[in-house]
Design a binder for this molecule. Structure first.
Ligand SMILES: [Zn+2]
Length: 708
């Protein structure tokens, strides 16, 4: 007798499925299910650990590709092949046996491209691709959602194009990663650079975006400007008003005042215009993963990957809908359960919402705008708060607040615009007074970056006033470094920086680079490679990143626009409208042209490479004493440049709770003792002061205590 096989992505997911089914029995590597409500025959749930299988590495296709050599490039395998990952053989064999004895397979991995790829790669390597498949497609791990999903399984064939898309991504990432990383590493090493320069299709374009911004900041020349401002006195009070025009020099500004007969100091003026307007703001759109990531970064400085992890954990706790979503909309059916559960959510958040929009509004609820997943919303189930950590609570409450906000009153304020004239010179002022806090009351726990209220005194058009005019000086300001949260948005729009929330949503998702599910991990990769660093929540490009950016400048790797176009094409493959072969050909063409361009480009970089080399040289390695053994800044510690040759020498940047300055590190490496460093904390918690010295024979840091 055959059986139905349910293939989950990981053990926790398999367990959630089993929790929704009857008569289950845990076995080694799988769960047995006898639930006649859903399956006519016996069923088994089994799982991967994410990927159980992987693409072969270069030397497995061709032995001569084992050693990194320029004349072995490009490496284009005739046909990509899969193998079982080393440490996952046992589980793979269990899955394989169950797959091969099954009559039907239910693909029940995560409901996205990568999930499809994980399942289909396993099925393919197990030799079970010919078996009929169904797809479980759900948006939350709640029991009733899972049951509903098993009752309404989709035809597995409908998802094959998603698999094609994910596979194309995987192949092209292999081609770019393997070839370009070797190409750039070898060329840069020829110029005396150390280490590996990893290059990736999306990763390098993202790095280049950051580099471009950093150059704008570094090259920015601030300019002085001059303008007029005036303190306006009316019978009911006073306020500041500003002139719009800017002048390059003070003399120019003075001349204009003179021509109009305005004296610095008090002048007679007139209120030319008073315009009052009631304005309202709708509540923010429901969260997609990226908007949640940027909000949480702004609010609590969580990194995007941290936010994804927290959202995933809440999803697994069954209180949050599927996290890897790019949609800001829900359908009527989510709206219905959310409305039913309003009082539970309100209790959670501890705020009573005045429901003024009891019906679904198109801004949030639109069946036509939900394709794969709907926006991030709470499930029907509310969590036991004591079982959530602080970060989970913050994220959960943020999602609840945005969800409840669609029922709440608009935020309302009164805006007053005033125009004051002094002998033909105009001054303007804007006042803003909050009239109705509305949905903003739901975010009361957050420090809203609310603009301060500016209350203008009562006045009327044509009223006379006195204006104390002066010339004010200002400086033009450089653009700002991106935060990690902004970076998510910048990637989403391929470098078009859009601060206006409303405008962000009008751009199509597909114009960006990376996917909703991958952006956070791309940022993590860049950090891990020491291409970028985060300081005070701002992203800066480190020396290693700058070198790579200079090297790829002008190529397609450095073009976010091109990367975005590729992304659009990949999505087309997912919609059955594109061809994998065509895409991979394009990628191969790009690699071939890189091989032409890169040597010329890197050859011309000699000077800047030398500078970086000198800057990164801190001292000679005291352990291997080799002439190439140079101590370099490795981010969290200092290490020998010959670590690939086996020298494991490192020095910590922090020692017993104290940061060691680079000056002191240089002294240590030169065999000297450091300056007296105050405030070490011993393992027993005692504070003390000492100098450090590196002991050559013992090969360790020793203390020297001040005498007396
Ligand atoms: Zn060394």
């Amino acid at each position: 007798m055959g059986h139905t096989l349910i293939l989950a992505e990981k053990p926790s997911q398999a367990k959630a499925y089993a929790d929704a089914l009857q008569h289950t029995k845990k076995q080694d590597g799988y769960i047995e299910v006898n639930d006649g409500r859903f399956f006519k025959e016996k069923a088994y749930i089994t799982w991967g650990y994410g990927h159980l299988v992987e693409l072969l590495s270069p030397e497995q296709y061709n032995e001569t590709w084992k050693i990194w050599k320029l004349d072995q490039l490009p490496m284009f395998p005739g046909q990509f092949q899969l193998q079982v990952s080393k440490d996952k053989k046992k589980q793979f064999n269990i899955v394989k046996r169950l797959l091969n004895h099954s009559t039907e397979i239910i693909v029940a991995t995560d409901c996205d491209r990568e999930g499809e790829n994980i399942a289909r790669s396993i099925i393919s390597l197990a030799g079970a691709s010919h078996k009929p498949t169904k797809r479980l497609w759900i948006n939350s791990l709640e029991v009733d959602e899972i049951q509903k999903g098993f009752r309404h399984l989709n035809n597995g064939k409908n998802y094959l194009s998603l698999y094609q898309e994910a596979q194309t991504r995987q192949y092209s990432d292999w081609l770019v990663g393997m070839n370009a990383s070797r190409l750039y590493t070898l060329l840069l090493q020829k110029q005396g650079m150390k280490g590996v320069f990893s290059v990736g299709r999306v990763q390098t374009a993202t790095l280049y975006l950051l580099y471009k911004r950093q150059k704008e900041i570094e090259d920015f020349v601030s300019q002085d400007y001059f303008t007029f401002q005036g303190k306006v006195q009316v019978p009911n009070g006073s306020f500041e008003a500003k002139h719009k025009q800017r002048f390059a020099t003070k003399e120019e500004a003075q001349k204009v005042l003179q021509e109009k007969g305005v004296l610095p100091g008090v002048n007679d003026g007139i209120i030319q215009e008073v315009k009052k307007e009631r304005k309202r703001t709708k509540s923010p759109k429901l969260h997609s993963l990226s908007s949640l990531q940027s909000t949480a970064n702004k609010q609590w400085e969580y990194s995007p990957s941290e936010v994804l992890k927290i959202a995933q954990s809440l999803y697994e706790k069954k209180v949050l809908s599927y996290p890897r979503t790019d949609s800001h909309f829900i359908t009527d059916s989510e709206f219905a359960y959310i409305k039913n559960n309003l009082s539970n959510y309100q209790e959670c958040i501890g705020v009573d919402v005045e429901v003024v929009y009891p019906d679904a509004q198109k801004r949030y609820v639109d069946n036509t705008k939900v394709a794969e997943h709907y926006a991030l919303v709470p499930t029907k189930q509310t969590p036991n708060f004591s079982a959530l950590n602080e970060k989970e609570k913050n994220i959960y409450l943020e999602v609840i607040a945005t969800t409840l906000a669609m029922f709440a009153p608009d935020y309302g304020y009164e805006e007053t615009k005033v125009e004051v004239g002094v002998k033909g010179i105009n001054f303007e002022a804007t006042g803003k007074v909050e009239k109705q806090i509305g949905w903003k009351s739901l975010f009361k726990n957050q420090q809203q970056a609310r603009k301060k209220e500016t209350v203008l005194p009562a006045m009327e058009k044509d009223q006379a006033c006195q204006v104390n005019v002066e010339i004010a000086e200002g400086k033009t300001k450089p653009p700002k470094y991106y935060t990690e949260g902004q970076l998510i948005n910048v990637m989403k729009h391929a470098g078009k920086e859009i601060d206006d929330e409303a405008l962000q949503h009008t751009l199509k998702e597909s114009e960006g680079i990376g996917t909703e599910a991958t952006r956070a991990s791309i940022i993590e990769t860049l950090k891990h490679q020491l291409y970028i660093g985060i300081r005070k929540n701002l992203v800066t490009v480190l020396d290693k990143g700058k070198i790579l950016c200079q090297a790829v400048e002008g190529t397609l790797l450095a073009s976010p626009e091109m990367t975005a176009k590729w992304e659009t094409y990949l999505k087309k493959i997912g919609e059955n409208e594109g061809s994998q072969e065509l895409f991979l050909d394009k990628i191969k063409q790009m690699i071939e042209s890189l091989m032409q361009e890169a040597p010329k480009k890197i050859g011309s970089m000699e000077q800047s490479l030398q500078q970086v080399n000198e800057k990164s040289f801190i001292g000679k390695c005291p352990r291997c004493n080799h002439e190439d053994g140079k101590i370099q800044d490795k981010g969290k510690f200092y290490g020998c440049s010959r670590y690939r040759e086996g020298c494991t020498f490192t020095l910590p940047k922090k020692f017993l709770g104290k940061s060691i300055s680079q000056i002191n590190i240089k002294k240590l490496l030169g065999g000297e003792k450091t300056n007296l460093i105050k405030g070490f904390t011993s393992k027993k918690g005692k504070m003390f002061d000492a100098s450090l010295r590196y002991d050559q024979t013992e090969q360790k840091i020793t203390f020297e205590f001040p005498k007396g």
